[in-house]
Design a protein around this ligand. Sequence first.
Ligand code: SAH
Length: 229
Amino acid sequence: MKPATLRVKRDIYERTRQKMLDDQLIARGITQNEVLHAMLTVPRHLFVAEALHSQAYTDYPLPIGEKQTISQPYMVALMTESLGLTGAERVLEIGTGSGYQTAILSMLVEKVYTIERISVLAAKARRLFDDLHCSNVIVRVADGTTGWPDEAPFDAIITTAGSPQVPSAYIEQLKTGGRLIIPVGDEESQKLLKITKRADGVTTEVLGGCKFVKLIGKHGWQAEKRESC
Ligand code: SAH
């Protein structure tokens, strides 16, 4: 398999996407051409509700329902660029959410395995992947904190929800030389980590501060109990 060629119709947001690239991504130091091209191509507005289409290219995260968010464009670009992709990778993504990050990855790698714990979000994302011809994406509804053992090892793993610690399965399921990008910290703020698996251990680099929704599951945060009425 090779990276997907998305089927994208012309739309009224082409200039807005170029402006997003110039003002938010290039201005902040994103340089990898393939990443910039993917972000220029993927129609981000389709990943949010119609009422939010006109805000889809602004410089912040937006709600996608189920108390979850689509990440800020710059954060998607930074995380994607930090994975150091060359086109032949099999990538695991935890937290499909809207599917926007997944669609970007689908243009850049051989195959994307993505896990979402909320089935309605996964179903919506699947429909978009079909519409856009993201033909190299497999979606699974599950607790992603245990990874995807049957498909391991992966060249890269990206977690788009914040975790109190690094789930050990992610390191185990990386190839030697593989990269993991994950926000780690408390509920209010996290550090975005890039962890590289080496033959003799791991190296960790802090890419900056960030704030993601919670990674909820066996090796993440506990699910909140339903409030009684
Ligand atoms: N990359 C997404 C960001 C979505 S927000 C986008 O661009 O839209 C993070 C997502 O992680 C949420 O949809 C949330 O439901 C999901 N999530 C949280 N914990 C998870 C877990 N243990 N396994 C799989 N998905 C999880």
